[in-house]
Design a binder for this molecule. Structure first.
Ligand SMILES: O=C(O)CC1=CCC(=O)O1
Length: 96
């Protein structure tokens, strides 16, 4: 199942820089591992915002929830999820 996910990051201003750097490094590694696995299909920065649009390709809602709640930045994020399905007017044969 494909999901469109928006993540807005709100790092506390009083988070010590070393702690922030450590969390961001873990976030990057976690994200890149899932991108290599094919589950995290796309990640795009929203220009001018500490936010991203991502596309996930996962088995079901439960797997998506497990992935999102495992994000090292999870407690600092607002997350919006939209399930996707093929549009009847799409000219594409697949979602690749
Ligand atoms: O910077 C972000 O948008 C948050 C984030 C998610 C995965 C990642 O590497 O950073």
């Amino acid at each position: 199942m494909l999901f469109h996910v928006r993540m807005d990051v709100h790092l506390p201003h009083d988070l010590p820089p070393t702690e922030a750097a450590e969390i961001l490094a873990r976030e990057k590694a976690y994200s890149q591992e899932l991108q290599h696995s094919g589950k995290w299909r796309h990640i795009w920065r929203l220009a001018g915002q500490y936010a991203n649009y991502s596309i996930f390709d996962v088995r079901d809602n439960e797997e998506l929830h497990a992935i999102l709640s495992g994000l090292p930045l999870f407690k600092f994020m607002d997350i919006e999820v939209a399930p996707l399905l093929r549009h009847p007017s799409s000219i594409r044969d697949s979602d690749a």
